[in-house]
Ligand binder design. Structure first.
Ligand code: WQD
Length: 334
């Protein structure tokens, strides 16, 4: 049985669907800090499985104990955590306590109940401002904000656990920039409150929820002056987790993989592609750079292809089309 922490979230919910399609049985937990309760019923409807769900905060030791005591958990996919870069700068202790202590409590339960397989939701943010792109998994890591530091610390904790227990396997997945939504239009990126990331903010401008999209900087050393990122369809990302879980079940040690397309696209590339494929205008205004942003980061995805047999299938047009179809559906009753 797989435990999916943060199952109600954007990537967690898409991964749960992918796991279901691949024949895995799972239980889920979430505290709905950055997700919606209705995603659980939506997932049960989409998968046709009345899987067990626990509304638990990973800092709740008794709650986490109950999950492991009541289910034969043989692997974990660990999404639960706070993820807003800007908020992490303002509230570092909240981020370190929630993300690190929560993971340590999870690892204590895994040890107590003999669960030795984990797939961890890490992030390309651990590469900081890479000297060269595309980045591969052997490149230096450095973090520029507490959110990124929690991801790197958890990677190192999991590497140490693999040294202490030779039967343990941790697959560390470094996501680039997930966007898009499943074509069912029932799960997607629709965060509580004001979003931080480009695509949800672009969609809000397209819907007229906000007056315009803010373009943070046009003076970067990139092909058009705006920031370049490796946008990856969330369904590709979800399939990467299924491949990683299969790898973890017959491996030991710490294994690190980039989950990206290998293509870098700028903010203007995204705006123009989104506008063209969806036939909508995106009002935007140009503002100064956002503190902490880096000019360009995108993946070399070869290791995941060679060792997991995984490669992104969707292109930028698919991502823009699926994001738009989801957000129109999600906001039509608002
Ligand atoms: C992308 C590009 C911005 C908003 C962060 C985290 C990463 C992951 C994803 C959690 C940049 C520009 C953005 C806007 C803009 N976090 N931008 N106007 O910063 O690459 O990655 O979020 O899962 O770990 O580091 O993503 O979408 O915020 O920004 O111009 O309103 O869009 O400057 O170039 P980022 P992002």
């Amino acid at each position: 049985m797989v435990l999916i922490t943060g199952i109600a979230g954007y990537i967690g919910s898409h991964t749960a669907y992918a796991l279901s399609q691949a024949g895995f049985e799972f239980v889920g937990m979430d505290n709905f800090a950055n997700s919606r309760k209705e995603n659980i019923d939506t997932l049960r409807e989409l998968t046709g499985k009345d899987f067990k769900f626990y509304e638990v905060d990973m800092l709740d030791d008794a709650g986490m104990e109950k999950i492991f005591a009541e289910n034969q958990i043989d692997s974990v996919i660990h999404f639960a955590g706070l993820k807003a870069v800007g908020e992490s700068v303002e509230k570092p202790v909240l981020y370190y306590h929630n993300n690190i202590t929560g993971t340590l409590i999870l690892l204590e339960k895994m040890k107590k109940y003999g669960c030795k397989k984990i797939v961890f939701s890490s992030s390309a943010t651990v590469y900081g401002n890479p000297a060269v792109v595309p980045v591969n998994e052997d490149m230096p890591t450095s973090t520029t904000n507490p959110y990124g530091s929690t991801k790197l610390m958890i990677e190192n904790i999991l590497k140490d656990v693999c040294v202490a227990d030779k039967d343990f396997c941790a697959v560390l997945l470094r996501y680039f920039n997930p966007i898009g939504a499943h074509k069912c239009k029932k799960i997607g990126e629709n965060p509580n409150g004001i979003p931080n990331n480009l695509m949800p903010r672009l969609c809000q401008a397209a819907l007229g929820i906000t007056e315009s999209l803010t373009v943070f900087g046009t003076d970067y050393p990139t092909h058009d002056g705006t920031g370049v990122r490796d946008y990856i369809h969330v369904c590709d990302l979800a399939d990467g987790h299924t491949a990683a879980l299969k790898k973890a079940m017959d491996s030991t040690g710490a294994l690190t993989y980039n989950l990206g397309t290998g293509n870098g696209y700028s903010v203007f590339d995204l705006i123009h592609t989104f506008s063209r494929v969806n036939g909508v205008e995106i009002p935007y205004k140009i503002c100064p750079r956002r503190p902490g942003d880096v000019p360009a980061v995108y993946a070399c995805p070869d290791k995941a292809f060679n060792e997991l047999g995984w490669k992104a299938q969707y292109d930028l047009e698919d991502m823009c089309r699926d994001s738009w179809e989801f957000i129109k559906e999600a906001t039509k009753n608002n």
